[in-house]
Design a protein around this ligand. Structure first.
Ligand code: KIV
Length: 263
């Protein structure tokens, strides 16, 4: 079994090997992912693919703690990052109160919070109180309603300059790594090169320090929409539907159960 990653080994991976991060929301999938992923993210994306909501904003802290515990049960040897949901880190005191709650009530190894320079003070307050933080810059899913959709970043010189400022501010505040989402590839590469901590991309091209995907997207289970940056490694939805249809057909024709399934 591979050794569990630590903050130190994650930081040291920069320049040595790309980090593999994948989301999981339950013990069943987490157990299946454990041997191949360096880090498991209990993303608030669970509010969409698991809970069926239109965006991530209505995820709650208790849901995140519940799912983080489920993932930790399935992947005892994985480095687990719990996403802080919308509205739980609006200032440094709230962030610390909620961060402590997650750390006390789950075995999350780190928290992820969305935002750049504007969240540096919060990141610093969490880090100086013993909470490891993974940043998240670029396209911020929690800004879906305020920005009127998912907006790719890094399209202008000003946006590029801001992204580099964001990354540097998050690094200076003490984050051990960060996610960069929905950013033009050449800009994401410059951002990654501007800091010493790993920058893990999603929709940010290949020249960053690792990749993260939402598992239900890459397994082809989430059918509502597929972002351009997702590669489907499995046509999960078709396979599941075929299997359920076979089961239903066999129940209806009494082909299942057979003697081997019978006591
Ligand atoms: O919630 C999530 O799954 C995420 C990823 C998109 C990085 O934040």
């Amino acid at each position: 079994m591979a050794k569990k990653m630590t903050i130190t080994s994650i930081k040291k991976s920069k320049g040595a090997h790309p980090l593999v991060m994948i989301t999981a929301y339950d013990a069943l999938f987490a157990r299946l992912f454990e041997s191949s992923a360096d880090m498991i993210l209990v993303g608030d994306s669970l509010n969409m693919s698991f809970a069926g909501r239109a965006d991530t904003l209505s995820a709650t802290l208790s849901q995140m703690i519940y799912h983080t515990n489920a993932v930790a049960m399935g992947a005892k040897n994985s480095f687990i990052v719990c996403d802080m949901p919308f509205g739980t880190y609006i200032n440094k005191d709230e962030a610390l109160r909620n961060g402590i709650k997650v750390f006390q009530e789950s075995s999350a190894d780190a928290l992820k919070i969305e935002g750049g320079e504007d969240k540096a003070e919060i990141v610093s307050h969490l880090c100086s109180n013993g909470i490891a933080v993974c940043g998240h810059i670029g396209l911020l899913p929690q800004a879906f309603r305020s920005e009127g959709g998912y907006k790719v970043k890094g399209k202008t010189e000003d946006e590029k300059i801001q992204l580099i400022k964001d990354a540097k501010a998050i690094e200076k505040a003490g984050a051990f790594c960060m996610v960069i989402e929905g950013v033009k590839a050449e800009v994401a590469a410059e951002v990654a090169a501007s800091v010493k901590i790993p920058v893990i991309g999603i929709g940010a091209g290949a020249d960053v320090d690792g990749q993260v995907l939402v598992f239900s997207d890459m397994l082809g289970l989430f059918e509502e929409f597929t972002p351009k940056f997702v590669k489907k490694y499995l046509d999960g939805a078709s396979l599941v539907k075929e299997a359920i249809k076979s089961y239903a057909d066999e129940v209806k024709t009494r082909a299942f159960p057979q003697d081997i399934h019978t006591y």
